[in-house]
Ligand binder design. Structure first.
Ligand SMILES: C[S@@+](CC[C@H](N)C(=O)[O-])C[C@H]1O[C@@H](n2cnc3c(N)ncnc32)[C@H](O)[C@@H]1O
Length: 258
């Protein structure tokens, strides 16, 4: 684990807590600090939120060992977790309800949760501490940076994306996380035989996700024994979707070759 990534949390990371100007249409943020390999989608809203005193105390106790800001450094996951084990990345873990439940159900995996929203991560850190869950590490920042810079090719046994923000207005579709370039990047980071598991409550986004995933040549709908569970606990966001009667779509792909 690189020194810089293990530093104490002292403030904002990436754009998550900063006011980045957006274009008049409310589309792609105009952030001169960002220059990327391919046109970057910024899939999250800039949300502020403070921590309770108990959350801050839990954060301070745990962040130095199990939390890190997103950086440009390749992760040494064996060192960070203190063991070699199949690695699963959850993108947009929110408050971490599913993260914690799935980590407990799969003690043999190393699970990294990536989230930009600090209060969400704080809730997860509290649960990790309360339940003494040993196999979760948390990254704060943009998952695209994690995939591009912190995770090497053919490294991940699984990627989970549960209820990505649907950005329902047509002019905002470009902000959706799950678009063809993201599928390509995820596929490159998965090991052969690795699995991408997506769930959404948004019917039109589900179709777009299915089209993009099915078009990615390295992925195929899963028809072999999976190295990770597909049993997904109800997430906090999903709970709300159930209450308004939305249909949940589950999409699962496996990586077929390097
Ligand atoms: C609708 S919420 C769902 C949260 C959780 N998966 C659940 O089902 O309750 C989507 C989450 O993804 C996070 N998110 C969106 N884009 C992200 C990105 N590029 N990197 C990290 N987190 C992201 C948002 O901050 C938000 O918390």
């Amino acid at each position: 684990m690189p020194e810089s990534a293990l530093m104490r949390d002292n403030g904002p990371v990436n754009q998550a807590d900063q006011d980045i100007p957006t274009s008049p249409e409310g589309g792609q943020p105009q952030d001169p600090r960002r220059s990327r390999l391919h046109p970057r989608v910024t899939s999250f809203r800039s949300r502020r939120g403070s921590l309770t005193a108990a959350q801050q105390a839990s954060w301070d106790r745990q962040w130095p060992s199990i939390g890190a800001d997103v950086s440009d450094n390749l992760l040494d996951t064996a060192e960070w977790f203190g063991r070699e084990a199949p690695l699963i990345l959850e993108i947009g873990s929110g408050t971490g309800t599913a993260t914690a439940a799935m980590a407990k159900a799969e003690p043999h995996v190393n699970l990294i949760a990536v989230e930009v929203y600090r209060p969400g991560l704080a809730q997860l850190l509290q649960q990790i501490e309360r339940d003494a869950i040993p196999n979760i590490r948390v990254l704060r920042g943009d998952a695209m940076d994690v995939l591009e810079n912190m995770i090497g090719p053919e490294s991940l046994t699984g990627v989970r994306v549960f209820f990505p923000d649907p950005w329902p207005k047509t002019r905002h579709h470009k902000r959706r996380l799950l678009q063809p370039p993201t599928f390509k990047l995820i596929a490159s980071r998965l090991k052969t035989g690795g699995v991408l598991h997506v769930a959404t409550d948004h019917a039109e986004y589900a179709e777009a996700i299915a089209d993009a995933g099915n078009a990615e040549p390295l992925l195929t709908s899963l028809d072999w024994e999976s190295p990770m569970t597909h049993e997904r606990p109800v997430t906090k966001f999903e709970d709300k979707a159930h209450r308004v009667g939305s249909t949940i779509t589950e999409l699962i792909w496996g990586k077929i070759r390097a």
